[in-house]
Design a protein around this ligand. Structure first.
Ligand code: NAP
Length: 257
């Protein structure tokens, strides 16, 4: 068996939502380095273009930016059409855009509550559905990976983010449902559940870093986007040919204690 080929992303083509920064941007660069052609999908067009250009310059690969609000099915559809015009086909999709709010159960207003469910859960569905429909048309299978969270498995403390936890738990069940329905088309659907990763998403909660570290096994640390590359490369590459409906927790051991 050619192990290097197994983990290679040569010839793979797909998009990463929330790809303009943080975890998504780190994955886009890693995928490009491994030979994939990548679409960076993000709500902010300038940031998406700047990230795509910077990665293409660094890796010499084909990286393009698409402005798209993943909560809007019409925008997702038009992003998919532009992606296909540029790349010709799609073989993977990473549904990674996500937001969070800190209001507690007693205080949160319906709009704020719904915004998190809309981006984190509905947005994942719309982009996964668009990719899956195209993969079925192509008839060659594909890999759909969505970013859940350790918050799908535990409730974070001391912050109050019940809606975020619910959205992430929803992604895992949604993914299992898609995995069952799409298996006959050889489309694999999996999730990665990161622990605390130091990106802008948690930048406003810097005062909690030591509290969170204290909740982890002694000697463990909080994560960086680079800590997740292996998990996503596994799911997008042919190495995970036998994995579907799986959730891979990458959290430095946070959820085991
Ligand atoms: P991040 O740095 O905030 O990046 C998220 C990106 O998604 C941003 O560029 C954001 O754009 C974009 N985005 C937000 N709403 C969007 C929408 N409606 N349509 C398209 N793009 C949108 O976050 P991150 O830490 O990289 O997180 C990436 C994923 O990992 C999220 O799903 C998050 O829940 C998950 N996760 C993160 C952690 C962590 O500790 N960081 C842990 C577990 C799971 P704007 O900035 O312009 O809004």
């Amino acid at each position: 068996m050619d192990v290097k080929k197994l983990f290679s992303l040569e010839g793979k083509k797909g998009f990463i939502t929330g790809g303009a920064q943080g975890i998504g941007a780190c994955l886009a660069k890693a995928f490009s380095e491994l030979g994939a052609e990548v679409g960076i999908v993000d709500i902010n067009p300038e940031k998406a273009s700047a990230t795509a250009q910077a990665i293409a310059r660094e890796t010499g690969g084909k990286v393009k930016a698409y402005a798209c609000d993943v909560t809007c099915p019409a925008q997702v559809q038009s992003m998919m059409e532009s992606f296909l015009n540029d790349f010709g086909e799609i073989t993977f999709a990473v549904n990674n855009a996500g937001i969070f709010t800190g209001e507690g159960v007693l205080d949160i207003d319906p709009k704020t509550y719904e915004s998190v469910i809309d981006v984190n859960l509905n947005g994942v569905f719309y982009t996964a559905q668009a990719a899956a429909r195209q993969m079925v048309k192509q008839g060659k299978g594909g890999s759909i990976v969505s970013t859940a969270s350790m918050s799908a498995h535990i409730i974070n403390r001391p912050q109050t983010i019940a809606n975020y936890c619910a959205s992430k738990a929803g992604i895992i069940q949604l993914t299992k449902g898609m995995a069952v329905e799409l298996a006959k088309y050889h489309i694999r659907c999996n999730t990665v559940s990161p622990g605390y990763i130091q990106t802008d998403l948690i930048a406003t909660m810097k005062d909690m870093l030591s509290t969170w570290s204290g909740m982890m096994p002694e000697g463990s640390r909080l994560g960086f986007p680079e800590d997740l590359i292996g998990a996503y490369v596994y799911f997008v590459s042919d190495a995970s040919e036998f994995a579907t409906g799986s959730d891979l927790v990458v959290d430095g051991g946070y959820t085991i204690v």
